[in-house]
Design a binder for this molecule. Structure first.
Ligand SMILES: [Zn+2]
Ligand SMILES: [Zn+2]
Length: 228
C-alpha cells in the first residue's frame, strides 16, 4: 500500500499530448522521469540523468537549478502537474491507496482512515440497493472492511460467503450491511423483526438501483443477520 504509482516503479515518458506545446513542456512529457508523491503536496521527481528533485506543487517550487537560477516553471513542476491532471499520481492533499474490495488504485484524503474503497465498490450509508438474488430493495447501513468469508452469521454455523445464495459471489468480497426499508405509514407496533435487523451481504450481491439485477420478483427474505 502507500503511494505506489505506475511511474514510480520505472522512469517513463508520458504519451504525447496531441497539441503543440513549448519546449519545456515537451521535455516534461517526453523525458523519462519517475514521480513519487511524498505527501503534503510535495513530489520527488527523478529525471533522465538520475538526479532527483523535490517539487512543491501548490507552492510552484522545485529544487532543480533551472527553477532556482532561472526562476522558470521547470520541466519537473510541469511533469508533476501533468501527472496529477492525468490521474497518474494523487493531487496535493490526497494519497493513493488500493480499494479494499477490488484492489483498484484510488485517491483518498491524506488524513482519511481506512478501509478505503473505489467509487465503484463503495456503497454509501442510506443508499438504496437491490438484492440480485431476490430483487428486494434494501438500504445500505455501511460498507465494512471485512471479507465475506470472515464474517460469521449470527446463530448460524457459517460465514456470509458460505451462505447458500452467496456461494456464487467472491468469498473475499467485502461485507455490506443493509436493512429492509420500513414501509411508509407503518407504526412502531407494526414493525416486523426484519425491519429492525441488519443483514450482511457480499458486496457483489448488491446492485445500485438502475443496474440490471436479473430479478424483479419479490421472494422470501434471506435470513442472515449480522453479528453485533
Ligand atoms: Zn525542476
Ligand atoms: Zn473497488
Amino acid at each position: 500500500m502507500g503511494n505506489t504509482t505506475a511511474s514510480e516503479r520505472t522512469r517513463a515518458s508520458l504519451p504525447p499530448a496531441g497539441r503543440v506545446t513549448d519546449a519545456r513542456s515537451q521535455r516534461a512529457r517526453m523525458e523519462r522521469m519517475a514521480v513519487t508523491p511524498l505527501g503534503g503536496g510535495v513530489y520527488e521527481v527523478e529525471g533522465q540523468s538520475g538526479n532527483a528533485y523535490s517539487v512543491d506543487l501548490p507552492g510552484g517550487r522545485c529544487t532543480c537549478p533551472d527553477h532556482n537560477f532561472r526562476g522558470v516553471r521547470c520541466k519537473h513542476i510541469r511533469r508533476v502537474a501533468m501527472e496529477v491532471n492525468e490521474g497518474l499520481v494523487p493531487p496535493p492533499g490526497k494519497r493513493a491507496v488500493a480499494c479494499r474490495n477490488c484492489g483498484e488504485e484510488t485517491f483518498v484524503d491524506e488524513t482519511a482512515e481506512g478501509p478505503h474503497f473505489c467509487e465503484e465498490c463503495e456503497l454509501d450509508p442510506g443508499e438504496a440497493v437491490v438484492d440480485r438474488e431476490t430483487g428486494d430493495l434494501l438500504v445500505v447501513v455501511r460498507t465494512t472492511g471485512r471479507r465475506a468469508d470472515e464474517v460469521e452469521i449470527t446463530d448460524r454455523d457459517y460465514t456470509v460467503a458460505a451462505y447458500p445464495n452467496n456461494e456464487q459471489y467472491r468469498p473475499d468480497d467485502v461485507v455490506v450491511e443493509a436493512m429492509y426499508p420500513v414501509p411508509a405509514g407503518l407504526g412502531s407496533d407494526d414493525l416486523k423483526p426484519h425491519h429492525l435487523r441488519r443483514y450482511s451481504f457480499p458486496r457483489g450481491r448488491l446492485a445500485r438501483r438502475g443496474e440490471a439485477t436479473g430479478h424483479d420478483d419479490q421472494s422470501e427474505l434471506a435470513d442472515f443477520e449480522v453479528a453485533e
